[in-house]
Design a protein around this ligand. Structure first.
Ligand code: KIV
Length: 287
């Protein structure tokens, strides 16, 4: 079995300029396929709320949802580092609750690490978790759990002041013990500045070419769903939604026209069976 990435190896990848490939996954088969494809790290993102559970935002996602889906992902990708998002508010209710919730994601879910959205204001929480052996991935830039405060899903850190603050936030996360930082929807220049200013890896999504790694949402990469919007930051490598829809359309059609099942999909009565009444009732229908 493949060996999961360790934090020292992750840091070495940054130092050796080896790009880190991360992808979200939310269930057993998707995690299994990601591991088979050689992904470095899996994120059980709370984007689960949008792409799997059908919510408009990530805000309704519960800790129990994350635990449930993390368990399935860990079963599917036992040789891959799995990071799980702490959902909305679960790390803003004081140190005890933060620790309990993160510990549940690891103990009950099987996550190797957790991810929190926010900057320097989370330094105490990150220190607490990392001192207790819970690795933390930070997340700066567009932080979807704060979408109502931000006022939409838009590029962050465009002004000089915002960029300066994000740089300071990144340094604060590093000092507090985070092992890496996701940079979401920030300018390429700012992502490059952050990447060069800290010793831990940056993982970009809509953050340009200079990050130490990249992360994409599974359903975006595969266009897995219906009506997936094109996003500038996403490259889709397949159109699974289309493939699934036409396969199901064909199945519906074949059931309606009795083209499926065929004889080869059916189980015949044992030739030596004494159940003549069944044979009579069947009467060779469909042959
Ligand atoms: O929830 C998620 O999938 C994420 C990624 C977009 C980084 O946080």
């Amino acid at each position: 079995m493949k060996q999961a990435l360790t934090l020292p190896r992750l840091k070495a990848m940054k130092n050796q300029n080896k790009p880190i490939a991360m992808l979200t996954a939310y269930d057993y088969p998707s995690a299994m396929l990601a591991e088979e494809a050689g992904i470095d790290m899996i994120l059980v993102g709370d984007s689960l709320g949008n792409v799997v559970l059908g919510y408009d935002t990530t805000i309704p996602v519960k800790l129990e949802d994350m635990i449930y889906h993390t368990r399935a992902v860990v079963r599917g990708a036992p040789g891959t580092m799995v990071v799980t998002d702490m959902p909305f508010a679960t790390y803003r209710l004081g140190p005890e609750a933060t620790f309990r919730n993160a510990a549940r994601l690891m103990q009950e879910g099987g996550a190797h690490a957790v991810k929190l959205e926010g900057g320097a204001e989370l330094a105490d929480e990150i220190r607490l978790l990392t001192s207790a052996g819970i690795p933390v991935l930070g997340h700066l830039g567009l932080t979807p759990q704060s979408v109502h405060q931000i006022g939409g899903y838009k590029v962050q850190g465009k002004s000089h002041e915002e960029a300066e603050k994000m740089l300071q936030d990144a340094k604060a996360l590093e000092q507090a013990g985070a092992f890496g930082i996701v940079l979401e929807l920030v300018t390429e220049e700012l992502a490059a500045a952050v990447t060069h200013s800290i010793s831990i890896p940056t993982i970009g999504i809509g953050a340009g070419r200079v990050c130490d790694g990249q992360v994409l949402v599974y359903h975006d990469l595969l266009r897995y769903g219906s009506g997936i919007r094109d996003k500038k930051m996403v490259k889709s490598y397949a159109d699974i939604g289309d493939t699934i829809r036409s396969a199901i359309t064909q199945y519906v059609d074949e059931v309606k026209t009795k083209a499926f099942p065929e004889e080869k999909h059916s189980f015949p009565l044992d030739q030596n069976s004494s159940s003549n009444s069944v044979a009579k009732l069947y009467g060779g229908e469909g042959k």
